[in-house]
Write a protein that binds this ligand. Sequence first.
Ligand SMILES: Cc1cc2nc3c(=O)[nH]c(=O)nc-3n(C[C@H](O)[C@H](O)[C@H](O)COP(=O)(O)O)c2cc1C
Length: 188
Amino acid sequence: MSLLLFWSSPNRDGLTAAAKEALLTGISRAGTAYEEVQLNQCAVLACRACGDGWGNCHARGECVQHDDFSQLYLAMQKAEGIVLVTPVYWHDLSENLKCLLDRVRRCETGHNHFLRGKPCLLTACAGGSGRGAVECLQRMEETTSHLGMTALERLPVTRFNRSYMLTALCGAGEAFALWLQRGKDGSA
Ligand SMILES: Cc1cc2nc3c(=O)[nH]c(=O)nc-3n(C[C@H](O)[C@H](O)[C@H](O)COP(=O)(O)O)c2cc1C
């Protein structure tokens, strides 16, 4: 069993990085293997809305652009659970994560449906005023549910709740991994 965690801040020592570290500590505590991807280190171009707007992805389930997208999309398909951790920019997801999810949505909803039922855990880190964390989570959930994925938890992190949320995130990572180990219906 393995989990895939995407995080999308350029800062290696910020709130977002601390949040993903806490989640990974919990996942490790459950004894679950994981792959961590910092999207800022990846080349994922914006969707070109090619063709008549529906694109090759609608007909064939594949993007025509050659960058890191196909590899990341394949990793999402293989993972048993996906953890998304984004900084909050203007009450919204980071552009890196948005670019990835935009293109996944194109391939998934029009053609593939590989991610249907895939469990995910959503985390938004609002390091400024803290405003927008909930809106960001709402947008993440809208996109992931459009993909047919199942959000198990939505976690807002701010400068103000950091001290106790990091502990909670560790617990959330562990609970998510244990839930997956037991099987989605708890019967495995
Ligand atoms: C373009 C931009 C927009 C931001 N918008 C918000 C916001 O709406 N709400 C908020 O609390 N923080 C906001 N922030 C702060 C970020 O959420 C984040 O905490 C900060 O960029 C530090 O990132 P890090 O936590 O990954 O280190 C914004 C930051 C940037 C760069």
